[in-house]
Write a protein that binds this ligand. Structure first.
Ligand code: TK8
Length: 339
């Protein structure tokens, strides 16, 4: 190769490289992303929102800025969902249970005792069933990126230790705004009252309600131990969070920008699940040290509660459709078989 030719080849290569870099740079516009969530900053939700924000800023060279706004300052889950659909807010993370009014298939995740451990949760949520349900959001104006762990839910109240199902009689119990939860706890004899999470601490404090159910992490980070004496380990349902994007806004993004958000969401998910599980493993001891009285149900009482709760399976199957229900049972059998 002559000197001239070598120089030309090198120049051409450099030009291609610059071209693809500037094409990439042009593909990323300055963006401000309001990312709302319901818990406080010092919760597992808040920590993971920060991880997401940092990953987006880094991957976009500082052009895409995520403003993570916690403590339901942008409104409770249902209000944020509407803001995303209308395009007034870009992103949020919240419970799948409050999404059933928009996408009924989300009710699958409300099934009591559907999932029994972390491996089943991750495999089911990240696999074809989880993807299929997530995809259903698109026609409603939402894009679901990933599921985060909220976790296995346990029962707290300020009245008495719940050692058997009859102890729930007449207890005013806050439930999420979701019919499966409402019916489950009515079936158990509680006076179930649907309420937004953002109202919950105040309602417990003023005794508008006597109890609630949430994972250990939330009982700790939302300081429910200040207003709840008794904790009963029920693990009655594994409930996920989902990271959502406004579809209206998503459709205005370049592929590069969409990929930055998708990748950062996965990074945040992996961090969040690990962080949540670590915190949950310590949380029971923490809650006891804060003065909560913790009891486990005897195997007999746990089974009695369980058999009452499985009564809502038919309701879930009707809501999500028999095909999806059967497919889920098959997938769970597969996951359990490969353990
Ligand atoms: C936070 C809620 C919360 C959920 C609930 O916004 O409402 O009880 O468990 O995590 O989504």
């Amino acid at each position: 190769m002559t000197f001239l030719r070598r120089t030309l080849v090198a120049a051409a290569a450099a030009a291609t490289l610059t071209a693809s870099f500037s094409a990439l740079a042009q593909d990323i516009k300055p963006r401000l992303i309001r990312f709302g969530y319901g818990l406080n900053e010092a919760s597992n939700q808040g920590r993971a929102a920060k991880v997401f924000a940092d990953a987006v800023e880094k991957a976009s060279g500082g052009k895409m800025k995520v403003r993570a706004i916690g403590a339901a300052a942008l409104g409770p889950d249902t209000q944020m969902q509407q803001a995303l659909i209308g395009g007034a807010q870009e992103m949020m993370v919240g419970s799948t249970a409050t999404l059933v009014g928009i996408t009924k298939e989300m009710a699958l995740w409300d099934t009591p005792f559907l999932i029994s451990n972390a491996k089943e949760a991750d495999t089911l949520l990240d696999g074809p069933i989880g993807e299929k349900i997530k995809d259903k959001l698109q026609e409603k104006g939402l894009v679901g990126l990933v599921y985060w762990e909220n976790g296995f839910r346990n029962l707290t109240n300020s009245k008495r230790p719940v050692t058997k199902v009859e102890d729930l009689d007449g207890i005013k119990l806050r439930v999420m705004q979701n019919n499966v939860f409402l019916n489950s706890f009515k079936t158990l004899g509680a006076n179930a009252i649907p309420m937004a999470f953002s109202e919950l601490f105040g309602a417990l404090e003023t005794k508008t309600v006597d109890g609630q159910e949430n994972p250990y992490n939330t009982i700790l980070s939302s300081k429910f131990y200040e207003v709840q004496k008794y904790l009963t380990v029920t693990n009655h349902v594994y409930s996920p969070w989902i990271v959502l994007v406004s579809k209206k806004w998503w459709d205005t993004l370049s592929q590069t920008e969409q990929k930055i958000l998708t990748d950062a969401a996965k990074t945040s998910r992996d961090f969040e699940r690990k962080d949540t599980r670590e915190e949950a493993s310590r949380a029971m001891a923490d809650l006891k040290s804060k003065g909560m009285l913790v009891n486990e149900l005897s195997p007999l009482e746990a089974e009695r509660m369980r058999s009452k709760l499985t009564g809502v399976y038919a309701q879930v199957a009707t809501e999500v459709g028999m095909d999806l229900w059967n497919e889920t049972q098959k997938e769970l059998a597969r996951i359990r078989g490969t353990k």
